[in-house]
Structure formats: C-alpha cells, structure tokens
Design a protein around this ligand. Structure first.
Ligand code: TTP
Ligand code: MG
Length: 377
C-alpha cells in the first residue's frame, strides 16, 4: 500500500545559527591561568575541601578523556583522575564573559535568544552586515569571539533551531556544521535517539523498548503511535525527525526589575506576620537576583489591603544591593511608613529595580600580568 502519511509543511526560509562555547567555564579558567592549559581541569570544589560533596559543573577536554563530565560527583571525578586540578567556579566572572560574547552577537543581529551563559540561538535571516550566507556570518562570529575574548565556540547553521543546535554539537570543539534543507532528513536519520532534544534519561529506555534507537527508527513510526506513546512530545518528534520545527528565536529583553509578590489566603493582621512575610519575600528576591547575577539600587514595596487599596512605595539607595538582609531592612523601613494594617493585608510584594549585572569579584589578574608586575617592582 502506498505511504499515506500526511504531508507536512516545512519552513526553510529562515537562517538560524546556534552558538555553544567549548568547555565554557573550564576554557575561561585556562585562559585566565595558562598554567592550567593542557592538563585535566575540573570545575568543582576539591572533594577534600568539601568532605566529598559537590558536583562537577564542567571539565576541560583533557579531563573528559578520563570519563569526567558535567553533573558527576566531584568525588567520582577525583577517583577517575586524582591528579586533575579542581577549580571552584566563579559564576559572576562567567556571566561577565557571557555578556562580552553577547556584545559580539549584537554586531550581527538583535534576534538573539540566550539559552544559558554559553549558548544562544541567532536568527540571521536579516543581519546587520547584509550577508547572504549564514555560514559566513557563523564563521565571522567564531573569529570575532576568538579575537574579543580568546575563547573558542562551535557553531551550527540551519533553517530551524532544532537542527542548528544539533549541528553545533556535531563537531566539538571549534566546529562549524551546516545542515541544508536537502540534507536534513539524512542527518537526522543517522543520529542516536538520545540526541533528540526532549528525549531525556527516562524516555530513552521506552524508546528502546519500541525498537527506536536512531532517527531512522523514529522516522518509521506512525504519527498516531508516537502520540499515543509520548503525547505532545511524540507529536513534536514526528515533525522534528522530518526537519520540521517552527519555533521562533525569541530575543532576550533586558530585565528592568526582579521581584516577588504573594497573595495571602488569610489576610495578615499583625506586624509580626508582615515582618515574617517580608523576610520570606526578601529571601526569594535574593535567590532570583543571584540566579540572574544582578543587583539593583531601588527597592519597591507593594502592599494591598483587604479593601483592595494598593500602595506602591519605593526607595532608592546610594549603593547596589542584592542580599536578603539588606532587601528586608529597606522593605521593612518602607512598610513602617505605610499605615494600611487596619483592614488586614491581602498582598505583599518586593521588587528590585535599577538593575545592573554584577561584575566579577575578586578581580584575579592573569598570571602573566602578575609576573610582569613582579618584574617592574
Ligand atoms: P555545556 O555547553 O553543556 O558544556 P561545556 O560548554 O562545558 O562543554 P561543551 O564543549 O561540550 O559545550 O554547558 C555550558 C556550561 O554550563 C558549562 O561550562 C558548565 C555549565 N553546566 C553546569 O553547570 N551543569 C551541567 O550539568 C552542564 C551540562 C553545564
Ligand atoms: Mg558549551
């Protein structure tokens, strides 16, 4: 019988680049300290200093030869390679380097969707250098990043995000892989099923039970069977393996504020309750600021009572703040200026605005600069 599969529409009009930095945190450490280069390096606190706790955030390629990888316990990494160097990560520093990389991206397009500090999608269908070839743009970005921050990355170029990401992963490090529309199905059929985005650790064994080990096996499945077995993900995989994935690149918007609010089922009627909730909110705001590596100068308190009267008051400080205690201190001070407790408090919110990214600290001089300084003094 003829293959009666429903024909899918494939949008091949876009040009998408996925950039992924090579062994990102480890490469930054090597760049800043040339003594680390060429030897196994693990980004984690040494298990001797933590009583064996802690996990590996990443490892350089030398360390990976010993089987060390992200998310492994630092203890296990130590057992695999006792002579590896362990360096605790410096997130604020990596965030700063990431920003420098984003400045490079911005020279080519504003359609940038960051995935993590070291990974982003770029839609270069239209680009600022009027290049027709996305491959050329990708190569220029790789060179530009190298010249700007002295780090290497891998690039994937294709007509959708799904393929571009697979392509950047295809030949690491320093790779540039292109998947053209006419090669997409062939490329996808060869891939092990584990490589398909969304197929996580739990799904792999279920795929294997169904005899799906590669893209080709996935391709042979009926759409209805995939949907029955895997729901929404099955629907999406049926399309992805045919090179169909229309998710747009969603550009990052700079955050203007970070905050938390809470509506109370039972209104707050005492100062103690309000203070407790302000402490709790301050804690959450600190966590959120930390996650985004931001700090800010303005504290905004929002208060609503049970009669739905809402008051928003702000206080701008001379210094940047990000710690729970400081946030709480100022929020509490604002609260003391507001007299709204009579009817009971229905909602409290704390927001920090006037945000800026934290710069890294302490500033570590690269070794060669230190040597030079010694020569001078
Ligand atoms: P990845 O891009 O997955 O890894 P990588 O850049 O170190 O190496 P590769 O050359 O294979 O791309 O992740 C980017 C950074 O994110 C990585 O340097 C450390 C961090 N990370 C974690 O903290 N935990 C994790 O489980 C993973 C996978 C990454
Ligand atoms: Mg990476």
């Amino acid at each position: 019988m003829a293959d009666l599969k429903f024909p899918l529409k494939k949008d091949t009009s876009r040009k998408i680049i996925h950039i992924d930095m090579d062994a990102f945190y480890a490469s930054v450490e090597e760049r800043d300290n040339p003594l680390l280069v060429g030897k196994p390096l693990v980004i984690a606190r040494h298990p001797h200093d933590t009583g064996g706790r802690g996990v590996v955030t990443t490892a350089n390629y030398e360390a990976r030869k010993y089987g060390i990888h992200s998310a492994m316990s630092a203890q296990k990494a130590y057992e695999l390679c006792p002579h590896a160097t362990f360096v605790p990560g410096n997130m604020a520093h990596y965030a700063e380097v990431s920003q420098q990389i984003h400045k490079v991206f911005k020279k080519y397009t504003d359609m940038i969707e960051p995935v993590s500090l070291d990974e982003a999608y770029l839609d270069v269908t239209q680009n600022k250098i009027q290049a027709k070839s996305a491959i050329r743009v990708a190569r220029m970005i790789q060179l530009d990043i190298w010249e700007t921050v002295h780090l290497t990355c891998s690039a994937g170029v294709s007509y959708n995000k799904f393929l571009a990401k697979l392509a950047s992963d295809y030949e690491k490090p320093k790779g540039l892989t292109v998947v053209l529309p006419e090669n997409a199905e062939e490329f996808l059929k060869k891939l092990p099923i584990e490589k398909f985005h969304g197929v996580g650790k739990k799904t792999v064994p279920r795929m294997h039970e169904l005899g799906i080990f590669t893209g080709a096996d996935l391709y042979d499945m009926k759409e209805m069977d995939l949907i029955r077995e895997f729901g929404k993900m099955g629907y999406s995989l049926y399309r992805k393996v045919r090179g169909v994935h229309d998710a747009p690149v969603v550009p990052y918007r700079e955050r203007k504020s970070i905050g938390r609010e809470h509506t109370f089922g039972k209104v707050l009627t005492t100062e103690e309750e309000v203070t407790r909730e302000l402490r709790e909110l301050s804690f959450k705001v600190e966590k959120s600021l930390d996650k985004h590596q931001m700090h800010g100068k303005t504290v905004v308190l929002k208060v609503r009572d049970s009669a739905y009267e809402t008051v928003t008051k702000r206080k701008t400080l001379p210094d940047f703040i990000s710690k729970q205690e400081t946030i709480f201190f100022h929020a509490q001070a604002i609260w003391e200026d507001i007299t709204l407790l009579d009817k009971g408090i229905r909602l409290l919110g704390i927001t920090i605005t006037n945000l800026e990214p934290k710069t890294f600290e302490p500033i570590k001089l690269p070794l060669w600069e230190t040597d030079e300084a010694e020569g001078i003094f």
